[in-house]
Write a protein that binds this ligand. Structure first.
Ligand SMILES: [Mg+2]
Length: 404
């Protein structure tokens, strides 16, 4: 084996953490995400909930229709992040390179440390044991010759699963008569296009390569390779500066028409973006505003900026973008910075000749927050952490919407 890759994936992660911490939830259909009656989707659900047909990313209304007896909870992201940190710490010790895919999922290159398939098997066993012993949760592990095959393997015996796919031939034998979607890079939209051309299984892709490439272009060539088990991608450790953007968004429980309120929410979103940018020491060289209207139509508007990592600048740019778009009821608002760089590469502006630029921006932010305090009777003094946490940010924004 040219490379030996392990893919680890926690089982129903958010739900499993909540069940671990509250055994009364065990055996119940538990749905983490929005609550029934709210807007939003299912983040994760327990296997009991899956039996009712509930799935991740399903609209919460549909989930409730299928499983009204379910237990519904908001996610506690801070808790999951802490658990995730520990998990990756354990897993990474077995890899020469580790690629974090999600809070609960990683690729590990164990080629050197394992030496051979038997060695990889034993690492996989240890990872499963330690994940249970030290974190109290089950995971599924796949061992394979490629990333795609490793991911396929970890899915194969979920939950608490283990499976290996040592060679391309094993991979092809396993999936050849399965639906095209079993090549996990094939999403529902792509699958539809393929089905429309009569291509339903992986075998069909292999037999009709030309059609696949004609239909899907570059993606088609990639999918065709996968259908033959070819995937030479390496495990590449994630670096924050490789991210394309840093952003934050919120969905309102009821559509918002007030520009005043939208701008006030942008203050908080800009602060979240600033916090994350500074955590990674990154600057954006552009700001994007995203809006989804009441009719689900989304727009994004962007502006190039000089390197910025501060909330006031992000806020000001986002407001300028907001002023340039049609005023229709808004369901979701988000702001992000893009063109990220690790240094403040920028041309000096007049502002820079005055060394008080930073304190001035901080004073301006304080003024913005004072205005929020007066308008909504919200006092952020001593509660600023609440702005940065996903769950409390949503609560704060909802409070503003109701009292605006
Ligand atoms: Mg998972």
């Amino acid at each position: 084996m040219d490379q030996i890759i392990i893919h680890v994936d926690m089982d129903a992660f958010f739900a499993s953490v909540e069940i671990r911490d509250n055994p009364a939830l065990r055996g119940k259909p538990l749905i983490i995400g929005s609550l029934p009656g709210e807007r939003g989707v299912v983040a994760t659900c327990s296997y009991e909930a899956r039996r009712f047909g509930v799935r991740s990313a399903m609209n919460i209304k549909e989930a409730y229709r299928r499983c009204p007896q379910g237990v519904y909870m908001h996610p506690n992201m801070e808790k999951y992040k802490a658990v995730s940190h520990r998990l990756h710490e354990i897993w990474n010790t077995y890899a020469s390179a580790a690629e974090t895919v999600a809070l609960d999922e990683a690729y590990l290159d164990v080629t050197e440390k394992a030496g051979n398939l038997e060695g990889a098997r034993s690492i996989a066993r240890t990872i499963k044991q330690r994940t249970m012993a030290e974190v109290g949760l089950t995971c599924s592990v796949g061992v394979a010759y490629s990333k795609t095959a490793a991911k396929t393997a970890s899915e194969e015996k979920k939950p608490d699963g283990y499976f290996e796919i040592p060679t391309p031939k094993d991979f092809v034998d396993l999936i050849i008569d399965r639906d095209v979607r079993s090549l996990y890079t094939v999403g529902e939209m792509t699958a539809k296009k393929l089905r429309a051309a009569g291509i339903r299984t992986v075998r069909d892709i292999r037999e009709r390569q030309d059609t696949v490439v004609r239909l899907l272009g570059k993606q088609g060539r990639w999918i065709t390779k996968l259908a033959f088990g070819i995937d030479e991608r390496r495990v590449t450790p994630y670096r924050p500066q490789d991210a394309k953007s840093i952003g934050r968004e919120v969905t309102f429980q009821e559509d918002v028409s007030s520009r005043r309120l939208l701008k006030d929410v942008l203050v908080l979103l800009a602060m979240c973006v600033e916090r994350r940018a500074r955590q990674y020491g990154l600057y954006g060289n552009g700001v994007t505003l995203k809006l989804t209207y009441f009719d689900m139509k989304s727009i994004t508007r962007s502006r190039l900026t000089s390197a910025c990592d501060c909330a006031v600048t992000i806020y000001r740019e986002a407001v300028r973008l907001l002023d340039g778009v049609e005023n229709r009821p808004v369901r979701l608002i988000g702001v992000s910075i893009y063109n990220l760089s690790g240094e403040e590469r920028r041309q000096l502006t007049m502002e820079d000749y005055f060394s008080d630029a930073r304190p001035r921006r901080e004073a301006e932010l304080r003024e913005l927050l004072d205005a929020l305090r007066d308008r909504y009777r919200l006092d952020f003094a001593g509660h600023s952490e609440e702005i940065y946490r996903t769950d409390t940010l949503h609560k704060t924004v909802e409070y503003m919407r109701r009292h605006g």
